[in-house]
Design a protein around this ligand. Sequence first.
Ligand code: GLU
Length: 508
Amino acid sequence: MTTSVRTRFAPSPTGPLHIGGVRTALYAYLFARKHGGEFLLRIEDTDRKRFVEGAEDYIVESLKWCGIQPDKPSARQSDDLAIYRREAERLVTEGNAYLAFDTPGELEAVRLEATAAGETFTYDHSTRMKLSNSLTLSADEVKNKVRSGDPCVVRLKVPAGQEIRFTDLVRQEVSVLSDRVDDKVLLKSDGMPTYHLAHVIDDHLSGITHVIRGEEWLPSAPAHVLLYRFLGWEDQMPEFAHLPLILKPDGKGKLSKRDGDRMGFPVFPIRWKDPQTSEKFEGFREAGYYPESFINMLALLGWNPGTDQEVFTMEELIGAFSVNHIHKAPARFDPDKARWFNAQWLQRRPDHDLAERLGATLEKKYGMDSFTPEFILGCVRLLKPRVQFEYEMPVTGSYLFEHPVHFDDKVLDKKWKAGFQPFFESLVGAFNKTETFNASSLEEVFRATAESHELKPGKVLQLLRVLVTGESGGVDLFPMLELFGKEKTLKRLANGLAYVSAKFVDHG
Ligand code: GLU
């Protein structure tokens, strides 16, 4: 029987999803899709202390925005707690786990003792016999403690001196001596399972074939392998793939939730409002990113396709994805590259689509019918190659929509010469006479007029732009004049010339 691939994303609802979490979801999704399998979402909500209101909805909405669609309704661990308790009891009965009654005070004391001796305390096979647990207490003592309701946890009984081996799809063979694995808590004193116990049971019961998760779980993986063994499921154990960390842009440490704020880029997919502090964090969505570019950027943060291709649709990512090309080394988040991806995706957007949204923005700002649909479409074509985000179009291209009132005096002061006024007056006349008011004839007319005034066209080209738009730079000049049309171009030129003659009144 061949088992079809089934992966999952298993976030804890302890706050907003950071881009590292979204990347984990994305890789698990791509891997499942690539192999014609299923991708599931499981909310790991057994840590009540860290539970954050609204986080689950946030996770679901973020994945939806990214286009990462789970194949089944999401599962919630808190929906079936009995199962974890039952399996924990089985582990205890079979001698693979034990009850530990240590009070926080006792644990603190052994920790301090270890620190004083220059060591780090770990609750393991070498220390557990000095502590208050069912391995050191008599059966009657344990019974009495349980009967009188003394708080206790269930711990994994890690055997001494064994080699624990497993294959990680990113790191290949991993081998750890069990002496270095601590007796992890499986069931807490409130009866809730820890991540270690709950996820192993859930992954097994839901038939997960590949556990794709962050590298921070690699050190715990040997304990998970032991759990599969003790629960009798080792032959069906999923394969592991631990994903590399995502670092800050300067490479100094892990990208944290606070970095975005500090460095002026988002680290969350969509807006997050902290329910406790009401603090708001903008996401990539609010910063103007397309979900396509966000996903594209994330996919390449820790994986490469093995080719030079950088721009991928989700379908293309599914086709190209392979765990063999997941990097072992940490990935560095690069905000410039993220913007570059958005620009790539903006270039791929149909012009009429962009024009529709630009039109809506212009309408809000300048009123209904201030510009014709053809004019707006023309602006989109000119602006598109010069921006990275849609919201930049009406801003960087404002000179297309507003008659200039300010002119770039720096350029005028530097470049304007006394003899230019007659040239521009001739140009107005020549433009006026131009029948086919298109970019190439306008450029020709401009050159011919400059030559007839014995001027190098390069001397007056930027000045023409300043007169018409007020700005020293911008979209392609002659196509822009074509878009304005004769009437608007001549009006703008006259307006610019009036400004210049007032400014240089003493030039003679
Ligand atoms: N709840 C865990 C987390 O949020 C899941 C890790 C896993 O994918 O197994 O990190």
